[in-house]
Design a protein around this ligand. Sequence first.
Ligand code: OGA
Ligand code: MN
Length: 360
Amino acid sequence: MYGTEKVSEDAERTAFRRAEKKYKLYYEDTFKSSKKKKQPKPVDLSEVLDFTAVLGLYKQNIQLPLGISALQCGFNGPVFCLENRPGFYFIPGALSVEEQCQWIRESLSSFPQPPNRTNHNAIYGPIDDLFVAAKEKKVLVEESSVPSLDSGANVCVGNGGSHRWKFCEGHLATSSRKTSKPVSAQVLLRKLRWSTLGLQFDWSKRNYDVSLPHNKIPETLCQLAKRLAAPAMPVGEEFQPEAAIVNYFGLGDTLGGHLDDMEADWSKPIVSMSLGCKAIFLLGGKSREDSPLAMFLRSGDAVLMAGEARECFHGVPRIFTDNENAEIAPLELQFSHEDDCSFLEYIRTSRININIRQVF
Ligand code: OGA
Ligand code: MN
């Protein structure tokens, strides 16, 4: 589901795969000798549903496009539904700019902290304080097999204790033939693709592993998820957030078409929040042969998938990191008031998605 799954020729022929290829980032073929910057191929966005534009129509009391309806659910604005995708809800601008900044900060500095796991665990074991280390231009080095006694707080003990990785000052990084090549924290931050909160999802088994050590989902995130989930919940029931997956996207990163089918009760929604650069989201049908609907997801938008929509393939074939299309001006303004510009530097070319689930 995640990562570089090999796509067979047959898969290329599905409607979902064709849509992914239509929107994916490709570069113009330029001569190898050319020093010019790589130019992205133009992409036709005329068929991408834009709920910000729909919100504009709604606010002016203009009739909405066929198949889209609006609900009033006690949020600041409306919640949009799609006639042919029951169980799918789109909440444009669900999060204020302050909330977006708060969750960007948390997603970078606290969500990847152990015991939460990230895609880096498999290779390096748990890594503490990756974001700070990247800011300080530190380098992760593998210690020689004998653990030293004065190893300090940020030593990382890898799988089975056989690997020990620790951050050190960039200029002190050395490697020997016995150890792997040092890797800069900035590279590791760029390669951070996911972290898991609450009950830990085991990607190798594609299942929740309740035996893995974990913290509860932070209370403020729980409250937010409960509030956002309300339109998709059966009357009188409250959403119980038990697990969350945080996805990190850089330029060219995609999330291939998939179903989230590891939760016991599909009547409960998945609450999914977008932060940072604008993306294209594909909402397919129950078969990969169904033509997906493409829509923009902007920073602060929330999406709910419940009921029948839980059985629909979906994915993210594209994020936009260029100034014109990323649409993160409000974040730039907000973060410019803060001391720490490293969040802004990251989010200028990245997207973060937090999706929250009730597992049982
Ligand atoms: C997921 C997912 C969508 C997104 O992580 O399962 O569907 O908007 N994410 O990134
Ligand atoms: Mn999903």
